[in-house]
Design a protein around this ligand. Sequence first.
Ligand code: A3P
Length: 325
Amino acid sequence: MDEKLIAPGTIEYKGITLPEIVNTKILESPDIVKCRDDDVFVVSYPKAGTTWAIEIVSLIMNGGDVDANHAVPQPERNPMVESYISRPMQLFMHIMKLLQWILPRFLHLENYVFVPPIHAVSAFDGLRQIERIPSPRLIKSHLPYQFFPSQALEKKCKIIYVARNPKDTAVSLYYMMQLMPVVGNHIKSWNHFYQLFVSGKGGFGDWFDHVLDWHKHEEEDNIIFLKYEDMKKDIRATIKKIALFLDIEVTDDVMQIIVEYSTIKKMKENKSVNLMEKKVDNQTVSFVRKGIVGDWVNHFTVAQNAQFEKMYESRMKDSGLVFEW
Ligand code: A3P
């Protein structure tokens, strides 16, 4: 490995590597998040198809009201509870946005399309933003189980956990990193990111710990565990499963709307969810990207795959959890 193993844009908390946009107050005291009985959470390790699942759950909850969904960016209507950047940093983001138009070449930002500042501000203070939205709230989180809002667990709020096979998760996260201003510049190559991922420094802690800790709770009445690969195979079955879990009736018409608006094509066109894009090697990489199972074959080397398979076998062997890739 030739590149230095640094995890850009992260902090270490109790030995776990987390993005620096995580509100450490929640990590210290998970009970500070004030939860309501009818809150619904979509939880995942990043790049598991969270945005896709949120779009589906949100349409189930609002009776297929696509216009209502499209009118408000997803991070505002379904905030990530743990997201936080300081006020000065929020101001900095506003200024960056303005400077993007004035000094693009100087800042090397000409390839970025930022979320509009007003969205950036509210999306980066999850605790405040969840206070602003009406019940029943649909809230996003990438928190590992041990840091998850304790009130949500005590009140038995409904939790939909989405997991995706780790190889495609790693590849998707690699592209996501490229989209991040500043952080993206520190990811030198796929090889560099792969090393970070297998060291548990790729995103919200170690993928295995995150998924397996949540999976231990899948039998609980208020938790369902979904897999990205199953969603790809049969989206109707997934929608029915979520609706049953939420105890919401989905008519045939609403089902049709949800199926239509949750395709990768519609999600790419949907400016309330596809919030970032950047030109990489003359190709546009966007937040909603390929949306397939198996893109890892285009990135993992033979040696990486052999190493990863070995690691996967040993970490997953007693879990009863199987992924297809
Ligand atoms: P890829 O980068 O592999 O394409 P998250 O929302 O958790 O960040 O996950 C993002 C991943 O979900 C991206 O994967 C994205 O393309 C994929 N995705 C988003 N919408 C999708 C859809 N409608 N169908 C399939 N995959 C989708």
